[in-house]
Design a protein. Structure first.
Length: 347
């Protein structure tokens, strides 16, 4: 008798052995993120975390999920995928800390048409670096190889972060008229508005390998500057006392995000002359012919995180944050009104 060989999963384009090899490759990176409360390594059906071992008595859990958006397209087209994982972590944990929570653990979802172990490892090692910088354990994730769903070389990323705080310590809380707004400097565009950025680059006629017109190596390298992580600094400020609220300046920019932490009847009065618009935003605005209102509701404009603090604590908190390496901008105050009220000009 002759036996006809049947199809294998690998014939359909899914390589289980490559997936297993990737897990082994990234285990050291994940182990580096271990923190009090971590109970298991990669490879299980689920990941365990011990809240009591992490030091919590009466915890409330806080969860966040996000992605990197079309910034991925630049990473894929340039082959520079080493820091996109930091962006992924930052987009999740910077949101968590705005609730007053300490990020505890992180899971990632990586999907691609054909798993390339070296590329995937570089991406996940970037995720581990973001976790290490924010005190967050990388305890699990999913790698999905889906032929026919993604073009060659393409991939997608999503992240999931869980944090905790003791009951009653949630933010925002106590925001009042007269509170001071402290802005923390951004590291460029971060991870919002990249569909617009890519359109502006197309209009400019420049390639990703062209010299950046606003400094920082090539245009591709400059636009891939990773989102800043504000976790350790924000937690230190919260623990020092006097922080009433935090706003992560993401999609919606300075127009949409600050009001999310301000009670009804109050507004954020922001002095746009308090800081200098970073060159990348000035180039984007000039190239696209953007109006200032459009710029303010699209990008972070140089402020990646905003703290709302008690007026009598503002000076001490500014010194604390500056001592941790932050560029701190006293950018305004809480006043009567609604939304955001701007003074001065950026452009």
């Amino acid at each position: 008798m002759t036996t006809k060989n049947g199809l294998t999963y690998a014939d359909a384009g899914v390589d289980i052995d490559a997936g297993n090899a990737l897990v082994e490759r990234i285990k050291p990176a994940a182990k580096r993120t271990s923190r009090p409360g971590t109970m298991s390594g990669l490879g299980g059906f689920g990941a365990l975390f011990d809240l009591k071992a992490a030091g919590y008595v009466d915890p409330v859990l806080v969860a966040a999920t996000d992605g990197v958006g079309t910034k991925l397209r630049i990473a894929i087209d340039t082959g520079n995928v080493d820091t996109i994982g930091i962006d992924l972590v930052a987009m999740c944990v910077n949101d968590l800390v705005c609730q007053g929570a300490e990020p505890l653990f992180f899971l990632d979802y990586f999907a691609t048409g054909k798993l390339e172990i070296e590329q995937a490892a570089r991406i996940i090692e970037g995720i581990a670096e973001g976790c290490a910088q924010s005190g967050c354990a990388l305890i699990g994730g999913e790698t999905a190889e889906m032929p026919g769903m993604y073009h060659k070389g393409d991939f997608d990323l999503a992240g999931f972060a869980v944090g905790a705080m003791e009951r009653g310590s949630d933010l925002p809380k106590g925001v009042a008229e007269g509170d001071v707004l402290l802005g923390l400097g951004s590291n460029g565009v971060h991870s919002n508005g990249y569909s617009f950025v890519r359109k502006v680059v197309e209009l400019s006629g420049l390639g990703w390998d062209a010299a950046s017109p606003f400094g920082g190596g090539t245009l591709g390298q400059a636009l891939l500057a990773p989102t800043r992580l504000y976790v350790r600094q924000a937690l230190a400020a919260i623990r020092a006392g006097g922080v009433h609220g935090l706003a992560h300046i993401t999609g919606g920019g300075l127009t949409e995000n600050p009001p999310r932490v301000i009670p009804e009847g109050l507004a954020c009065e922001i002095d746009l002359s308090a800081w200098t618009l970073p060159p990348v935003f000035r180039w984007l605005a000039k190239t696209a012919g953007m109006s200032e209102p459009e710029l303010l509701k699209t990008f972070n404009c140089g402020i990646g995180m905003m703290l709302v603090v008690a007026a009598d604590r503002a000076e001490a908190l500014q010194a604390l944050l500056a001592g941790m390496g932050e560029t701190v901008v006293p950018m305004g105050r809480v006043v009567q009104g609604e939304g955001v009220q701007y003074k001065g000009a950026l452009l």
